[in-house]
Design a protein around this ligand. Structure first.
Ligand code: T4K
Length: 402
């Protein structure tokens, strides 16, 4: 162990927290403040605030170019974008999704009375395990939604082969995977369409925002119609659409964010490499690695804590870190199938989800992004070393807190 790693006091043991201010997962990255404020001033001058304004169009054009797709339809957030994409693809009945994802993936289906059917995860990638999909297909199944968890693309080839065999539609929740590639091809062009999130916590953000990207002209036209109440021209409504529009100020934030995309990736990568170094060779602690040779945004630092080898389990480690003001998160615990309404609908779903059950209890996500420096990463790693080496003391302190 690096001697530096032993010097931190644990607040859980009565000292002050190592970080006076909370170190968050998902702290927003910022583009150039002056440029953003200039854009906001221009929005004020133009008095054009929403409804397909010039900055929304510019944001869409930049994404199309970056991802290499024909169409980008910007939306107010990724949840609405998922709902609109699902509806535009005419999915109904049952749709297969991974149980290990943010709840929005499942809710976007349930919201329109489509049943999400949960597939298990591949422990190596944390993505949907293609071999668990086929047995879930019923006559009511109409599609599969893969999620590129942590920005690591799903096994699109296997998913699409199963879909072709059973005549199912495929789309992807790419909320984490903007700026990532799969076999040299940018995420965004797989399946019928893919959905990005530009929420404040995402590596590129619009405050709130999302987008559906596709190479399908007819689908893009339908998405635009649905995003804007079903208007097909002034005073002409041809579909019961919704309001999924992105505002100009959000698009301004997105463009300003895109302008520093490479800088953010450099900061994320630096932190990722520092975490790799700081957490290596700790028993039971495995940092999920990003594949070399592909484009990655490195926006999530994901650690598996195997309680059979680590002196502390995931929950204990998260509790210690949080007491030190390192607000590590247990994403996506306990899995969608253990949240309502799915838990009540499918009380035995966990029996088919052994890997999700096991890994959702082991995974923690650590802070990174522009606002986290290399020194912070060193300190977080130091805390983890200290906590593990003083596990008996930590356990005793935690039991007193209960
Ligand atoms: N699909 C997937 C796979 C997703 O992961 C998500 C969203 C979606 C779909 C839906 O996308 P959107 O509809 O949101 O565009 C957060 C985000 O709210 C959510 O967007 C994200 N995934 C999810 C993984 O994380 P929570 O419930 O953890 O949010 P919250 O409020 O606890 O914030 C997370 C952390 O970020 C906290 O430590 C505080 C920090 N934070 C947050 C905000 C908003 C800040 O420091 N500043 C901020 O402005 O869901």
């Amino acid at each position: 162990m690096n001697p530096e790693h032993t010097q931190h006091q644990l607040a859980i043991l009565g000292a002050t927290p190592s970080f006076p201010e909370p170190l968050h997962v998902g702290r927003p990255n910022l583009g150039d403040r002056e440029t953003m404020l200039r854009r906001v001033n221009e929005i004020f001058d133009r008095r054009w605030f929403t409804n397909d304004g010039p900055l929304v169009k510019e944001f869409e054009a930049r994404i199309q170019q970056l991802v290499g797709v024909k169409h980008c339809v910007a939306m107010c957030n990724a949840t609405i974008a998922l709902e609109i994409a699902i509806r535009a693809l005419e999915l109904r009945g049952e749709v297969i999704v991974p149980a290990y994802t943010f709840i929005a993936t499942a809710h976007a289906l349930q919201w329109q009375e489509i049943t999400p059917v949960f597939a298990d995860m591949d422990p190596a990638t944390h993505n949907i395990a293609p071999e668990t999909i086929e047995r879930l297909i019923t006559p009511r199944t109409t599609g599969i939604i893969g999620v590129h968890v942590w920005g690591r693309p799903c096994n699109t080839e296997a998913i699409e082969a199963i879909a072709a065999k059973h005549q199912l539609k495929v789309m992807y929740d790419a909320a984490h995977a903007f700026g990532c590639s799969h076999r040299g091809r940018m995420v965004g062009s797989f399946g019928s369409c893919e959905v990005f999130s530009f929420h404040a916590t995402k590596f590129i953000n619009c405050f709130e925002g999302g987008a559906v990207v596709t190479n399908d002209d007819a689908l893009a036209a339908k998405l635009r119609l649905m995003r804007n109440f079903g208007f097909a021209g002034v005073d002409k409504v041809i579909y019961p659409g919704t309001n999924g529009k992105l505002t100009e100020v959000c698009a301004a934030m997105g463009i300003t964010s895109l302008e520093v995309m490479e800088e953010i990736i450099v900061a994320n990568r630096r932190n990722y490499e520092a975490y790799c170094e700081g957490l290596k060779s700790l028993p039971g602690i495995a940092l999920k690695e990003y594949a070399a040779g592909e484009r990655r945004n490195y926006q999530y630092i994901v650690v598996e804590v195997d309680e059979t080898k680590s002196p502390l389990n995931r929950d204990e480690l998260v509790a210690v870190l949080q007491a030190e003001n390192v607000l590590a998160r247990k994403y996506f615990w306990p899995g969608c199938h253990r949240m309502e309404p799915y838990k009540s609908f499918f009380p035995n779903a966990h029996l088919l989800l052994p890997q999700t059950e096991k890994l959702a209890a082991q995974i923690m996500v650590l802070p990174t992004g522009q606002s986290v420096g290399a020194e912070d990463v060193g300190k977080v790693c130091g805390l983890i070393h200290t906590a593990l080496s003083q596990s008996a003391v930590v356990r005793a302190a935690l039991s007193k807190q209960d």
